[in-house]
Design a protein around this ligand. Structure first.
Ligand code: MTE
Length: 301
C-alpha cells in the first residue's frame, strides 16, 4: 500500500539526518530499504532526491498569510493557533460535519514520502513528508456520486496573520483538485516533516501535497474540504488566470508568461549552483500522465 510508487522513496533510503535512521525503516518500491546498507545505492539511483535539510525546508517558505518574503512565514507564523483544529467537511459526502483533526485522520496510515517539490517561481526542494493519503480521508467521509472536484480552504486568523491584515491576496486562500487527482495515491495530506510535526510556516497542522503540480496547489493549514460538482476557485488562478492555470501541472515545455519553466534552482545548492532540468510532471509522469490523456499539455493548464 505505502510504496507502490517507485519514485516514492522513504526517508530510510536517502535521508542525511542521522537521527532519522534510528526510526522505523520502511521498504521503498519493493527494493530492500534496510537502512544503511541500502543508503548508498538508493541515493545514487535516485540522484536529485536527496532531501533538503530541516533548516532549509522550514526557513524558506511561501505562506502569504504571514507575509510575502521567503523568511516571513518562519518569523511570523509562531502565533498560528493549531489546537484545537476543526475541519469542516461538506458538500457531496455521506458523513458531512465539523471534524476534529483526530476524528478526521485518527487511525489512518501515516506514510513517509520523499517528494520533489517544485514552486512555480522555479525553485525546488526535496521534502521528506509524513502524511495520510487524501484518498483515505475521502473514503472515510464517503464521497458521493456526482462529486467531481474537491475544494480546500485555509484558516484565517487575522490577529496573527499579518498578510491577511494587509490583504496581499484575497483570503481565505482556496485551492481545488479534480476528484481523480484527489484520489490519486501520490496525493498526500501532510502532518509532518522528518518525523516531526509540521511547523506552522509549512502549513500546520495539516496541508495538501500534490507533488506533480506547482507548489501553490499544495494549500496549507486546511480548515474546510468540500466535495463539489463544479471546478472550484483557486487563489492564484483567480488572482492572475493568464499566469496560473487550475491544473498547473509541472511542465518544463510550457513557460510561465514571465519566465522559463525549463530549469529550476534547488534551494540549498548555493548561489552559484547549476540549475537543474525540470522534469515533466515533476518526475511523476509514469504515475500521473494517464490522468490527463486527451488534454493538450502544450496549452497552459
Ligand atoms: N497555502 C496558503 N494558505 N497560503 C500560501 O501563500 N503558498 C503556496 C503553497 N500553499 C501558500 C499555500 C506556494 S506558492 C508554495 S510554493 C507552497 O505553499 C510552499 O510550501 P512550503 O513553504 O512548505 O515550501
Amino acid at each position: 500500500m505505502a510504496h507502490r510508487w517507485r519514485n516514492t522513496l522513504t526517508t530510510a533510503d536517502v535521508t542525511p539526518e542521522a537521527y532519522w535512521l534510528n526510526r522505523r525503516q520502511l521498504i521503498a518500491g519493493g527494493a530492500s530499504g534496510l537502512g544503511l546498507a541500502a543508503l548508498g545505492g538508493a541515493a545514487h539511483a535516485n540522484t536529485g532526491l536527496e532531501p533538503n535539510t530541516w533548516e532549509e525546508i522550514t526557513s524558506y517558505n511561501n505562506y502569504y498569510e504571514f507575509g510575502t518574503g521567503k523568511e516571513d512565514p518562519a518569523r511570523n507564523a509562531g502565533g498560528l493557533r493549531t489546537e484545537p483544529w476543526t475541519i469542516t467537511v461538506d458538500g457531496l459526502v455521506d458523513n458531512p460535519g465539523e471534524y476534529s483533526l483526530d476524528d478526521l485522520i485518527g487511525g489512518l496510515t501515516v506514510e513517509e514520502r520523499i517528494y520533489r517539490f517544485r514552486c512555480v517561481e522555479a525553485w525546488s526542494m526535496v521534502v521528506p513528508w509524513n502524511g495520510i493519503e487524501l484518498a483515505d480521508i475521502l473514503n472515510r467521509v464517503g464521497v458521493q456520486a456526482g462529486a467531481r472536484y474537491v475544494a480546500f480552504e485555509t484558516a484565517v486568523q487575522p490577529d496573527v496573520m499579518i498578510g491577511v491584515r494587509r490583504r496581499v491576496l484575497p483570503f481565505p486562500y482556496v485551492e481545488g483538485l479534480r476528484i481523480d487527482e484527489a484520489m490519486h495515491p501520490l496525493t498526500l495530506m501532510a502532518t509532518g516533516i522528518y518525523g516531526r510535526p509540521i511547523p506552522n510556516q509549512n502549513g500546520a497542522p495539516i496541508r495538501l501535497v500534490v507533488p506533480w503540480k506547482y507548489g501553490f496547489k499544495s494549500i496549507k493549514s486546511i480548515v474546510r474540504i468540500s466535495l463539489v460538482t463544479d471546478e472550484p476557485p483557486a487563489s492564484w488562478n483567480r488572482a492572475a488566470p493568464q499566469e496560473y492555470g487550475f491544473y498547473s501541472n509541472v511542465n518544463p515545455n510550457v513557460d510561465h508568461p514571465r519566465w522559463s519553466q525549463a530549469t529550476e534552482r534547488r534551494v540549498g545548492g548555493g548561489l552559484f549552483a547549476k540549475r537543474i532540468p525540470t522534469l515533466m510532471f515533476n518526475g511523476y509522469e509514469d504515475e500521473v500522465a494517464g490522468l490527463y490523456e486527451g488534454m493538450d499539455l502544450s496549452r497552459y493548464y
